[in-house]
Design a protein around this ligand. Structure first.
Ligand SMILES: Cc1cc2nc3c(=O)[nH]c(=O)nc-3n(C[C@H](O)[C@H](O)[C@H](O)COP(=O)(O)OP(=O)(O)OC[C@H]3O[C@@H](n4cnc5c(N)ncnc54)[C@H](O)[C@@H]3O)c2cc1C
Length: 276
């Protein structure tokens, strides 16, 4: 029997700086067979390991439609990520997964999709964004709302700006304040963007990811707009260890965020006593 905790070796192909303390790591699984068989869904995560430091769960930031390379957008936060940031291109790390449920793509299909991201919350949502754009006919309207504190904190800036010219997505970017004097689009918190669009809550699924304070206001806004709680998908981050539902570290009530989540509907979350 294979050991589920055994990581596969993966080479860092390219490191692309994003903002202070956040980098995009492009990695490739070393074993060709494992690489070819690797499949994930938007919203799933992997456990990454750097020799001698332990493991950390990281969402896959690339779309399942782009195979061969796995992209991880990582903030330097502690033990494992500090060690990762010391590595250079061509270094080898460990990867196991993918784990977790991911976004409910079968349910979203045929509906409008509203993606609301704040700060580093864009990292997991980027996988959903590109998956839906690469399968554009499966969805009705696609709307992206993304906000950061300042222009310098916006992730994937070039990529997201290129969406402003596309006719098949409404891309709304905003910053709380413009400290550069060069910001050409919206200024204000992400909830202000709701005033710029009209939504059909009965035929739309919303996916949100961002800091806790953003959840509070965005959830309130979505409910005011008439969204039912089971059309709102959010990710729960809990400290995880095994990633496969064995160690109980990430349990919330009777759910494990690693296997039942990390994506939950707002309805599920409201029914988890510990989170409420
Ligand atoms: C499903 C999932 C997906 C994620 N995706 C991403 C992603 O795409 N990108 C990303 O950058 N991050 C992501 N994270 C967060 C990332 O896993 C954490 O930041 C992780 O802790 C980093 O590991 P580390 O060893 O570098 O940091 P750690 O050494 O674990 O430290 C991180 C922070 O946690 C604090 N801490 C350490 N131990 C404890 C403890 N026992 N209890 C409470 N706090 C503690 C530390 O003081 C520090 O502030 C994700 C988390 C989950 C659960």
């Amino acid at each position: 029997m294979t050991n589920p905790y055994m990581p596969h070796l993966a080479k860092i192909i390219r490191i692309i700086p994003q903002i202070d303390d956040v980098r995009l790591f492009q990695i490739r699984l070393e074993d060709e067979k494992i690489r070819n068989e690797f499949r994930h869904r938007p919203g799933q995560f992997v456990m990454i390991s750097v020799l001698g430091t332990g493991e950390a769960p990281i969402s896959i930031s690339s779309s399942p439609t782009r195979t061969g390379i796995i992209e991880l957008c990582i903030r330097k936060a502690g033990k494992v990520t500090d060690a990762l940031f010391r590595l250079k291109e061509n270094a080898v790390i460990g990867i196991r997964g993918p784990y977790g449920n991911g976004y409910f793509m079968e349910r979203i299909k045929g509906n409008n999709l509203l993606i609301v991201a704040g700060g580093i919350g864009m990292a997991p949502l980027r996988s959903l964004l590109w998956y839906s754009l690469d399968n554009r006919d499966d969805f009705k309207d696609i709307i992206l709302m993304y906000g950061t504190k300042t222009p310098n904190e916006m992730l994937f800036k070039d990529e997201l700006f290129s969406l402003l010219d596309r006719g098949d997505i409404k891309c709304l970017l905003t910053v709380d304040k413009d400290d550069t004097g060069t910001w050409k689009t919206n200024v204000g918190v992400v909830t202000r963007l709701f005033d710029m669009i009209s939504l059909s809550p009965e035929t739309t699924y919303a996916a949100i990811c961002g800091p806790p304070i953003m959840y509070q206001f965005v959830l309130q806004k979505l409910i005011e707009c008439g969204f039912s709680k089971n059309r709102i998908m959010m990710s729960l981050e809990r400290r995880m260890q095994c990633g496969i539902g064995k160690c109980l570290h990430c349990s919330v009530g009777h759910k494990y965020t690693c296997t039942d989540g990390p994506i939950f509907t707002y309805w599920d979350v409201m029914n988890m006593q510990e989170v409420v």
